[in-house]
Design a protein around this ligand. Sequence first.
Ligand code: LR7
Ligand code: MN
Length: 602
Amino acid sequence: MLLKNDFWSLLCRGRKKKIVTLLVVLILLINAMFYVSLELYNTVKRKHKEPWYNSLHFDKDSYVDETGMRVIVGHYVGGIKGGDLPDDVVNSNNYAPVPGAGEGGRPVQLSQRELITARELYSLHSYNILVSDKISINRSLPDMRSESCRSVEFNLDNLPTATIIIVFHNEAWSTLMRTVMSVLNRSPGVLLKQVILVDDASDRRYLGEELDKAIAKLDKVQILRNPTRTGLVGARLMGAREAVGDVLVFLDAHCEVTQGWLEPLLDRAGNDDVFICPHIDLLSDDTMSYTKSIDAHWGAFSWRLHFRWLIPGSDVLALKSANPSKPYPTPTMAGGLFAVRKSLFWRLGGYDEGMLIWGAENLELSWRAWQCGARVEITSCSRVGHIFRRHSPYKYPGGVAKVLNSNLARAATVWMDEWAEFFFKFNPSIAAIRDQQTVADRVELRKNLKCKSFKWYLENVWPQHFFPTDDRWFGRIRSDIGGCLGVPAGTPGVGRPASTVPCGNDLDLDSLVVYTPEGRVMADEGLCLQQGNGRAVWSACSDSSKQLWVQKGPRLKTPSGLCLTLYLTEKDDKDKDGGFITSKKCIQDNRQIWHLERVPWR
Ligand code: LR7
Ligand code: MN
């Protein structure tokens, strides 16, 4: 028998002994380091639980979906509390670039102390102004274009010229100037006719004379001042009226354009009746890092007419993979970043000047473009970063809801035909102000341009849409044991396990679904009921056969003949929501019985 001591003495003779001692010390050290890191991690985690940290990072109105695309959920309804920042803080320009900060589009990290200040100042712009002020207005950025985009060559002599229009209201000095400088630094001189800044009645001191002086030093840049605040539509129109370039290129005032951004836009805008948008990358509102947004996205909208990024239909995906440098169609544009031939812009009616401050003009312009014979497209070869904000930092005279609802009412009334009735029916507060809108001139415009119907638009531009139609059933699918199929309100639904929601009333969109002739159960936001692993989930609508539920009597069956079944646990409230939905072998069981209650959608 080998004793413990013998074992050690055998092993640890002479030099070997030293090695083993060293090893033991090393192991102890590693252990200690592990504990220290664990402590550190916990401290950081605790810090992240503090409310201010959350206000900087996440909130219920925004999320990054499973593909990594920042999705803005809902409209901006009011900013976060502004606090009482002293006048000099609000009105001073604290741009103080730190060499190297943010170069290459890298994130800027702040010290603990700075983070506290950053948090206090956050409400000023709804992004991290302390970080922005540390980054040079001439910073370098990564080139996010694909290989195929980089290899496209443009003959600059054949491209139309551009007027860049940047409207702003109380923008930060550093983000505004970085937008301007990125344009000046990365646009070929022969193509860039002018850069027009339009100040939409800002009241920040640093945007007055100080800005005038800075702009005066820049070749080709000019500034117009809107005497009263009209909102972005009025301001953009003011800029467009002064434009001398062939193509108008609109940018928000907190963008950064990258290498080669302009040529693909001008090439496409010059050649066709198209509103062409760049691929919008993400500038972090927290660190100002430049990151790629997902490759395949296009713009659409929800039942409540909130703009949405979605995955394009399979035909567009196929087109994109066959030719990654080719522009592809999109049902709507986000609104802030696009290029269009000046003549086309005016021929199609510019903008609806009745739209005030912010919102809905992006949908209106997109519908008008498509319905009146033009197109809306995205080119992945033009990459522009934009700071996505979670809240609107500025004031909405008259109140956010009123401003936004009026704009939406205008857009819906003029362009949506029967679907306007759908929109108004389920949004009674917007229906209430419907008649206050004077849109006769826009209706006239539609008539004069001989524009197509919204039905045509849905069928041809966005055939994957999830709106009710005359040949789609619309209503409530009520379980025999209580609750209705639906996506719980206020939560991003993609991939969430399906359960039931309270059945609500006839106007409650959360418990209403579209049921297509093929057997798809579609909720708002393009979510379809899909049999997942072990349970049904709400998933992005697709061609998948896992999303088919064929009605057989009071049952909904999968293609393989299983029945949609609701299991309630004891704590689930039978009248309200909860439960577990999946497909199971069909048996005599009222958990498999579903009542389809039709609700007229218009
Ligand atoms: O009263 C105002 N006057 C202005 O001049 C209000 C705003 N503005 C300016 C503002 O300073 C900014 O430069 O208008 C521009 C757009 O305002 P944002 O940045 O608050 O808008 P957004 O980026 O949150 O929202 C998107 O939807 C808007 C709907 O009205 C506009 O179409 C924005 O241009 C549009 N932005 C983009 O498309 C960028 C991509 C992000 C997305 C989605
Ligand atoms: Mn913006």
